[in-house]
Design a protein around this ligand. Structure first.
Ligand SMILES: Cc1cc2nc3c(=O)[nH]c(=O)nc-3n(C[C@H](O)[C@H](O)[C@H](O)COP(=O)(O)O)c2cc1C
Length: 186
């Protein structure tokens, strides 16, 4: 599949087949994750892979916006202390988000479904996950990526809208410009 088709095919999957994901495939997803760019090449991340049914059940109970039946999850964690310098430490959210998107795209290309479950920055979501996974103080969970074989079909799409695109400089726009530009984008 063309790379843009893979990107458009990636959709949030919230219904999964009752079929485990091979560890080999989970490791390939982590290879994709750790191919992401990071500020100052800091790689300020750690990943907790969950693929045992009891551990998945506990994660599902902990994440109130993630009650889905995926057989596995990768919890993407920021570990800014790994950065080589003070500036690098400030970018951990962007670095870990790039890794997360790589997981989603790679999974799509492998025929797997995923959904990004946000954890950071809400303390009420972070704290129970830290406790459940036994994360040390310096390590913050950014999100959980649920992974499994899709039991639902979603149509590929972009949400491209020329209204959000500026060339060279920002310029004020009238509301009706949205309709005009959106039409041009079709
Ligand atoms: C930072 C972030 C947090 C998200 N958190 C959740 C979540 O807690 N539960 C959920 O079902 N989906 C979550 N999603 C998925 C979005 O709802 C989904 O990406 C969006 O509706 C667009 O649909 P699509 O992924 O199919 O393109 C999250 C996505 C992002 C990027």
């Amino acid at each position: 599949m063309d790379i843009l088709d893979v990107i458009k095919t990636r959709r949030s999957i919230r219904h999964y087949e009752d079929k485990p994901v091979a560890r080999e495939d989970l490791l390939r997803l982590l290879e994709a994750a750790m191919a992401a760019p990071t500020a100052c090449n800091s790689q300020p991340w750690d990943f907790v892979v969950i693929d045992e049914p009891e551990s998945m059940a506990a994660l599902r109970r902990t994440l109130r916006f993630g009650p889905y039946n995926a057989p596995a999850a990768i919890v993407v964690c920021g570990n800014p202390e790994r950065a080589h310098n003070a500036e690098g430490r400030k970018y951990w959210v962007q670095d870990c988000s790039a890794a997360t998107e790589n997981i989603l795209i790679a999974a799509t290309g492998m025929g797997l479904g995923t959904v990004w479950i946000g954890i950071y920055p809400l303390p009420s979501v972070i704290q129970p996950v830290v406790k459940l996974l036994g994360l040390p103080e310096d390590v913050t969970p950014l999100c959980a990526v649920y992974v499994g074989y899709p039991a639902e079909q979603k149509r590929p799409r972009t949400q491209f809208d020329a209204y959000h695109v500026y060339w060279q400089r920002w310029e004020p726009r009238k509301k009706r410009a949205r309709l005009k530009n959106a039409k041009n984008a079709d």
